[in-house]
Design a protein around this ligand. Structure first.
Ligand SMILES: NC(=O)c1ccc[n+]([C@@H]2O[C@H](COP(=O)([O-])OP(=O)(O)OC[C@H]3O[C@@H](n4cnc5c(N)ncnc54)[C@H](O)[C@@H]3O)[C@@H](O)[C@H]2O)c1
Length: 351
């Protein structure tokens, strides 16, 4: 079960600061965030009685066991103990790395997350999953270790470039596809997604968060309960994110995965064509311009490494009219679906 306390809004860093006041802290921070939000970070440093920063450049590349060892050395030199704090400040990669380190350092230190990307704010900061990559494969080592406190301030998103915004939108669309009725009932306006306008993040991020809470609390350890649904779009997403020929961000890879899951659902008679077209409209602007055929090789190879693969079958999630379903699908059938989908480059008019 989760034990995180989450603060939202422009004062959320200050609220976390009250909890951290006078403590000893090791801050693992993304270099870009350190430079872009210097004033905010300097203010944060001021709340500690003693503080050390580990500034990480190109974090995804350093989300490794080796780098966790390097942080361990710095923490030992700083005499950090398990009652002190580790603070992750940055996107999902930074939080994964800081969380992974905090979870194993002296069997677990206090942990605070201050997420600065959409992905980190709607997804990775909550739910307790930490991870590092291993030999090029994503998230192969990890733990369940929820942050004690989280501060979510959407004003930090103003410095994200378009690519990172699109990445985040991929995860938001995932929630819309999982819970179309919840979004409709709450009257959340998602038309800006279709019109290429900006979403009201201050409203939509806490809303997505509430949805994630529901799924996580039902199945904290991801044992094929409800939490598996959060994998929507990720089976294919992870498979193509691993290739380096066409560098894709996490959310962009997930967007292609979501598009494919819509196709699988339609092929199985689980979605009406109208809905297929609607979801495509939402996804269209964030799907990167890569011919799907060129990704087939990576889909075929990397599907086998998916953590949800057992006896050559993948536990696959697809959207249905009012929510989602899960189904064990043979690897080879998924590859077959993908090949057909890629042949028409996912063009809905051919479905
Ligand atoms: N643990 C989980 O539950 C979970 C869930 C989803 C994703 N993830 C992980 O999260 C990572 C993807 O998340 P991400 O896209 O946030 O990655 P990221 O941390 O690599 O950030 C993406 C880019 O945004 C930059 N950035 C961060 N904050 C910024 C800001 N405010 N302004 C300008 N630039 C900023 C970073 O420097 C980086 O270049 C992957 O490693 C994925 O595996 C984890």
């Amino acid at each position: 079960m989760n034990k995180s306390k989450c603060f939202f809004g422009v004062n959320s860093w200050r609220d976390c600061g009250f909890q951290l006041q006078g403590t000893k802290g090791l801050i693992v921070i993304d270099k870009k965030v350190r430079d872009l939000h210097k004033h905010r970070v300097d203010k944060l440093l001021g709340v500690f009685s003693s503080v050390k920063e580990v500034i990480v450049d190109e974090v995804e590349k350093h989300k490794t066991l080796k780098y966790a060892e390097l942080i361990t050395q710095k923490a030992l030199d700083f005499n950090l103990n398990r009652n002190d704090w580790v603070i992750g400040v940055g996107g999902g990669a930074t939080l994964d790395l800081a969380g992974f380190f905090a979870s194993i350092y002296k069997r677990g230190a206090n942990l605070c997350y201050l997420p600065t990307t959409i992905i980190a704010q709607v997804d990775s900061s909550y739910g307790g999953k930490t991870a590092v990559n291993f030999q090029g494969y994503k998230n192969q080592l990890g733990s369940f270790y929820p942050a004690n406190i989280i501060g979510i301030d959407t004003s930090l998103l103003s410095t994200l470039n378009n690519r990172e915004v699109y990445n985040g939108l991929g995860e938001i669309i995932k929630y819309i596809m999982l819970e179309p009725k919840t979004f409709k009932d709450a009257d959340i306006d998602i038309t800006p997604l279709v019109n290429d306008e900006s979403l009201d993040f201050e409203k939509i991020i806490p809303f997505c968060y509430q949805i994630k809470i529901k799924y996580v609390n039902d199945d904290y350890y991801d044992k094929e309960g409800k939490r598996i649904a959060l994998n929507l779009g990720h089976t294919i997403g992870h498979a193509i994110e691993k290739q380096s020929e066409y560098p894709l961000g996490h959310g962009q890879a997930v967007a292609i995965g979501l598009h494919f899951s819509v196709y699988v659902a339609y092929s199985k008679g689980k979605l009406e064509l109208d809905k297929v077209k609607y979801y495509y409209k939402l996804l269209k602007r964030i799907i990167p311009n890569v011919p799907y055929k060129n990704l087939t090789e990576y889909v075929t190879i990397n599907l086998k490494q998916d953590k949800k693969v057992e006896r050559e079958k993948v536990l696959f999630i697809y959207p249905v009219e009012l929510g989602w379903e899960k189904e064990w699908i043979k690897n080879e059938s998924l590859v077959h679906y993908w090949t057909k989908f890629a042949e028409v480059n996912g063009n809905v008019d051919y479905f």
